[in-house]
Design a protein around this ligand. Sequence first.
Ligand SMILES: [Zn+2]
Length: 77
Amino acid sequence: MLANEREFVTDLIVRDQYYPVPLPAVLGHEGSGIVESVGNGVSSVQPGDHVVLSFASCGACTSCRTGRPYACETFYE
Ligand SMILES: [Zn+2]
């Protein structure tokens, strides 16, 4: 990891206490599960679907194009 990437790797800055979070803690940005129900107007998934959740990334910015979607320039948009 490059030193200037540390600011983008939130799990590591918490682990190393650059960002003070009481430890122990469960860290991570991803989740998975099985859809139990959906609301009206939801068409992308249906009950029983297996899903994986993660942060959004655009796939087009410099960070995404260089294999660092976790540092996506649109991360907070
Ligand atoms: Zn991006």
